[in-house]
Design a protein around this ligand. Structure first.
Ligand SMILES: Cc1ncc(C[n+]2csc(CCOP(=O)(O)OP(=O)(O)O)c2C)c(N)n1
Ligand SMILES: [Mg+2]
Length: 349
């Protein structure tokens, strides 16, 4: 763990702690809500990985007006969304598919976009996110905006063709892209690589600056990410940052995780990111009670918000096609219809 903290660092440590606790509490609540049938789609937790999401996103220029850095969060967990300024209410509305959600209930995935806050939704086919964020980074570079794009991908995703194509392109253009590889050692039930250093080697092979950090130490992740972001911003080209941890949750609730060695899992539980940060925060005047108060505040906010969001309505079916065609709402039935003047002829359809 990264040594003792002075006053200013302690304030930042508490800010990071609040984000870690909120991510953990929100995911625990979502896990229950999923079992109760309230979550509209899948649920992919980041248990034990919260420090990676929070620490890396915290190093970005975070703005609320669309002028800051951009990041594609992982589909696993909501730590990046929260760190970029999303509220627990927005996360709950999104996963419960409410009409008031950021995607108006049309999508229930964790990978939602909010361009004002620099959130670019992850793309479902693994690896493709890198190509999209390479495009964002290239645009920033061409416009001379000094902004940085950050893409989260898993260790499994780093074996897809799209990942390599995106990396090769961004590297050749020296685009301001920070590629975070969450090496949680599993891609569903598969060990994603036989080579412990595969991700650093892959990065080096494309000429990237590479770094590897303990992903359970939020202060170390924050520090390494800050350096990577600064290098990307000052013309250093694509940066690859490997975060090392272990996927402590099952892939998703339907996965029994029988393939995981219980001893290995227990060893990673002992390296819990929240506990590790608490150990690094030096006792302040009201330290114990300050942290306890924070826990209670977060827990009550999450529970109260969950109850409120459960009571909200799902969007009406008729809202599903709103916004599909410019200037009109397509009528039911819920099939895709072309506006009359844009209907393709049989020859071209
Ligand atoms: C191209 C592609 N292949 C397969 C899948 C199905 N799939 C979804 S998540 C997942 C595992 C991904 O593992 P990893 O990239 O390591 O991320 P993690 O789940 O560990 O966070 C797979 C195989 C997909 N979404 N896209
Ligand atoms: Mg993985």
């Amino acid at each position: 763990m990264t040594g003792e903290l002075d006053g200013r660092e302690r304030a930042r440590g508490l800010e990071l702690l609040r984000l870690l606790l909120t991510t953990r509490s929100l995911e625990e609540r979502l896990d229950r809500l999923h079992r109760q049938g309230h979550v509209a789609g899948g649920l992919y937790r980041s248990l034990g990985q919260e420090a990676g999401a929070v620490g890396a996103a915290h190093a970005l220029a975070r703005r609320e007006d669309g002028t800051g850095d951009v990041v594609a969060p992982p589909y696993r967990g909501c730590g990046v969304h929260l760190t970029m300024g999303a509220t627990p209410e927005e996360v709950l509305r999104q996963l419960l598919g409410r009409g008031s959600s950021p995607s108006a209930g049309r999508d229930t995935g964790a990978g939602w976009s909010d361009p004002r806050r620099g959130l670019i939704g992850a793309v479902a086919p693994l690896g493709t996110t890198v190509e999209v964020l390479a495009g964002c980074a290239l645009a920033f570079q061409l416009r001379g905006e000094g902004r940085v794009a950050m893409a989260f991908t898993g260790d499994g995703a780093a074996s897809t063709g799209a990942w390599h194509e995106g990396v090769a392109f961004a590297a050749a253009r020296r685009a301001p892209l920070v590629l975070v590889v969450e090496n949680n050692q599993w891609a569903f039930s598969t060990r994603s690589t036989a080579d412990r250093d595969a991700f650093l080697r892959k990065g080096s092979g494309y000429g990237l600056e590479v770094d590897s950090v303990d992903g359970t130490d939020v202060l170390a992740v924050r520090a390494a990410s800050s350096e990577a972001v600064a290098r990307a911003r000052s013309g250093g080209g694509v940066q690859l940052l490997e975060l090392n941890y272990f996927r402590r949750s099952p892939h998703a609730p339907h996965d029994g995780q029988e393939y995981v060695d219980p001893e290995e899992l227990a060893a990673w539980e002992a390296r819990d990111p929240i506990r590790r940060l608490l150990e690094a925060l030096p006792p302040g005047r009201h330290d114990g009670s300050e942290v306890d108060r924070m826990r209670v505040e977060i827990e009550s906010e999450v529970v109260e918000t969950a109850l409120r969001v459960i009571a909200e309505d799902a969007p009406p079916g008729s809202a599903a096609l709103a916004g599909v065609f410019a200037g009109e709402e397509a009528p039911p039935p819920w099939t895709r219809r072309f506006p009359a003047d844009a209907r393709p002829s049989p020859a071209t359809a």
